[in-house]
Write a protein that binds this ligand. Structure first.
Ligand code: AKG
Ligand code: FE2
Length: 323
């Protein structure tokens, strides 16, 4: 069972005050008017990068600290960001936000201090900012368009160059305030995984297939745990990672139990930003009931890489989209 937490009451969430909100609103207003007012455009992105240096000091400190060390739960929460309704929640499949709307601008501003925003040509038409919304007919899909529980995963498990950070800004929660972004870090789960299972999880005995949001992709064989034995990175998607032998299956089941024991649901409200460190923390989502009336749950999402140079060979024209 996941524990439900009110993000505003939770220690560790940075809750902005009125003056900080007003400062951010001014930044957003200026940046969203910068031509060509398109998030995916290099000129606009360069302006966003510059302006992001002027965020309130507490926000800059929080982002910088998180980049250095994501803490025990590998998750950063900033509450009270200035978000206003921007019309009805989209309901079409593969919905993205290319216009520099206020919320898109706000998200770009915040995450630009973590690194560079990236997207993948094979996913959501390569748009840098994506809408996370329930889509009619996709209720049972293991994707962010569904509304049944979304299994715990690292983002884009099949890719070597998966995001370092996954950022999600809430514009609107579901009608019943039930949907929770579910998070669990390997830092919290590892003590519950036995030494033999840890050893197996560190071996290349698992194969991952691309999630349904990807048009195509490889099926790499890989280890689930890598790096420091006492503080490893994790690479698993419980819907798309498959054990290659019986021992690997047992170890994966052990990890799954450990993740379930520590996972937490963050019920987000408008103006809450969560950044998940995709190297140490899994995320998923609890169930909710969409109504498709234009008032459904609506998050906007952006991926970030800390080291842009590392992927230069995969980014035509030195852009932000990996091919
Ligand atoms: O809907 C959510 O809270 C998370 C969905 C998700 O996994 C994603 O957008 O990457
Ligand atoms: Fe995800």
């Amino acid at each position: 069972m996941a524990v439900s937490l009110d993000i505003h009451a939770e220690p560790g969430a940075l809750v902005l005050d009125g003056a900080e909100r007003a400062d951010i609103e001014r930044l957003v207003e200026h940046l969203s008017a910068v031509p060509p007012r398109l998030v995916d455009h290099p000129t606009w992105l360069a302006a966003a990068r510059d302006r992001s240096c002027r965020l309130p000091a507490r926000v800059l400190e929080e982002l910088r600290r998180f980049r250095s060390d994501p803490g025990p739960n590998g998750c950063l929460r900033i509450a009270g960001l200035p978000v206003r309704p921007e019309g009805p929640t989209p309901a079409e499949a593969g919905s993205v936000e290319r216009k520099a709307t206020a919320s898109a601008t706000l998200l770009a501003l915040c995450v630009m201090q973590l690194g560079e925003i990236v997207a993948f040509r094979q996913e959501k038409s390569g748009a840098l900012l994506q809408n996370v919304v329930p889509v009619p007919g996709q209720e049972f899909e293991q994707s962010n368009a569904g509304s049944q529980p979304l299994q715990m995963h690292v983002e884009n498990v099949h890719l070597d160059h998966r995001p370092d950070f996954v950022s999600l800004l809430c514009l609107r929660n579901d009608h019943d305030d039930r949907a929770g972004l579910r998070v669990a870090s390997i830092r919290q789960a590892l003590p519950l995984v036995g030494p033999e299972h840890r050893r197996v999880l560190a071996e290349p005995r698992f194969r991952s297939t691309p999630p349904p949001s990807f048009a195509a992709g490889r099926d790499p064989v890989h280890a689930v745990l890598s790096g420091a034995e006492e503080d490893p990175d994790v690479r698993v998607d419980f819907a798309n990672t498959h054990p290659l032998d019986a021992g690997a299956a047992t170890a994966l089941a052990g990890l799954r139990r450990a993740v379930e024991a520590v996972q937490t649901d963050l019920v987000l409200g408008a103006g809450d930003l969560v950044v998940v460190d995709n190297r140490v923390t899994l995320h998923g989502r609890s169930a909710f009931v969409p109504r498709y009336d234009g008032r459904d749950r609506w998050l906007q999402r952006a991926f970030v890489h800390i080291d842009h140079r590392r992927t230069r060979g995969l980014r035509p024209g030195d852009g932000n989209v990996l091919s």
